[in-house]
Design a protein around this ligand. Structure first.
Ligand SMILES: *Cc1c(COP(=O)(O)O)cnc(C)c1O
Length: 407
């Protein structure tokens, strides 16, 4: 007999024993081959209309997923369940981009006349949304220095503060925040903590165990992993489920089924990819600290980094993304540096299999941070190529940077 299911609460195929390790779970979560003729990967369903055989089934939502394509097809539901389970969230919603997932989260937890405290080192386009659309909706936003002691952040709460938004490690400069302490602070003031956990991934930073109420992911990055998908995810706690669900559905958001399929396929190899990204990144970061032309390496995976202690305490692994501060130089030197790469591609985003390098323009993106790099900043994404090939590529670029100083 079929039990009527409230489709938005369905936790599809959640039968994997909890004793399995996460690198097993990324390969199994949400898969049910024998529901699909034995096919290993769940097929892509393109749908707006979902048909029901009769009135009773329509009335009772016969199928264990949404009754309309906008709220997702079975693939959407599978990835949502996998991401929620992996991070220990109550539920998950997929959005068309990571940026959209952040903005939707903030609209879920604050409204007109209410205040949001935002870390100064969040992904820059989020500031654009905060300072334009969110302000126009009547939210007030103030920025805090992620390196400030907790008491200084506490002093920035107001009577209307509803949410704290943080990203750790932060974009471009990679400061690590004490998320459990920040969560306690927010909860003491009846506010919620929303984190952008794109760097951490649902595998390596368990945001809910560390007190977050919402954890947002740009699945565009490591979850997809192949530089061909735009996708975001909102993982949320049980307490916030009604607000996130209502906001998500009211905005008519919808992730494309083909993109969801690619992200789900990416998820299956994410554990092993991250391991290789991190191993190569640590090797190169360490090597870079000793090279002429390098002022500082900004990477919490390195023992000497100011964020290392908290990173080692709270994170289960790392990845390939970090920053390099060069010794002061001019634009001609930067051109020589970037133009000499063979393997590091020049382009935005990260998390794919390939190495990337971009200048880190943090100056325009910060308003309250007190400790910032002086020299030019480069953001590297270390891909899955042979690490010695990558080292040679970086060596060539640094040689060109240093030589151009005398031109
Ligand atoms: C890329 C990124 C985003 C935005 O994701 P998109 O899918 O590109 O919209 C948000 N936060 C962080 C930390 C990112 O790196």
């Amino acid at each position: 007999m079929h039990q009527a299911a409230p489709w938005h609460n369905v936790r599809l195929m959640s039968k994997k024993p909890p004793h399995q390790a996460d690198d097993t779970r990324v390969t199994t979560l949400g898969r049910d081959p024998h529901a699909n003729f034995g096919v290993v990967n769940a097929p892509v369903y393109h749908a707006s209309t979902i048909l029901y055989p009769n009135y009773e089934d329509l009335r009772d939502h016969k199928y264990p997923f949404s009754p309309y394509g906008r709220m997702g097809t079975p693939g959407t539901n599978t990835l949502e369940v996998a991401l929620a389970e992996l991070e220990g969230a109550h539920g998950c919603r997929l959005c068309p981009s990571g940026l959209n997932a952040v903005v939707t989260s903030l609209l879920s937890v604050a409204g007109s006349g209410e205040h949001v405290l935002m870390a100064d080192n969040v992904y820059e386009p989020i500031r654009m949304a905060a300072d334009s659309v969110l302000k126009r909706m009547g939210l007030s936003i103030t920025y805090f220095d992620p390196c400030d002691p907790l008491e200084a952040i506490a002093a920035q709460f107001t009577a209307t503060t509803k949410a704290v938004f943080a990203e750790s490690p932060g974009s471009l400069t990679f400061e690590v925040m004490d998320i459990p302490a920040l969560a306690d602070l927010a909860h003491d003031r009846d506010a919620v903590l929303v984190v952008d956990n794109t760097w951490g991934t649902p595998l390596h930073f368990k945001a809910f165990q560390h007190g977050a109420d919402i954890s947002v992911h740009a699945c565009t990055k490591y979850v997809s992993g192949h530089s061909d998908v735009m996708l975001g995810a909102i993982n949320y706690s049980k307490a916030l489920a009604p607000r996130v669900e209502k906001t998500f559905r009211s905005l008519g958001l919808c992730a494309a089924p083909d993109d969801v399929y690619l992200a789900l396929r990416g998820l299956r190899t994410m554990a092993v990819r991250l391991e290789r990204h991190a191993e190569s990144a640590v090797f190169l970061a360490h090597w870079l600290t000793k090279q002429p032309g390098v002022a500082r390496v900004l990477n919490p995976m390195l023992p000497g980094d100011p964020g290392h202690k908290i990173w080692a305490r709270d994170f289960l692994g790392g990845n390939g993304l970090f920053g390099v501060e060069l010794v002061p130089g001019n634009d001609k030197q930067l051109a020589a540096f970037f133009n000499s790469f063979e393997l590091f591609g020049l382009g935005f985003s990260w998390g794919g299999f390939e190495s990337l390098a971009v200048p880190g323009h943090w100056r325009s993106a910060r308003t309250v941070s007190k400790t910032l790099p002086q020299g030019p900043l480069v953001r590297l994404h270390v891909g899955l190529e042979n690490v010695e090939d990558l080292r040679r590529d970086l060596e060539k670029a640094l040689t060109a940077y240093n030589a151009a100083a005398n031109d």
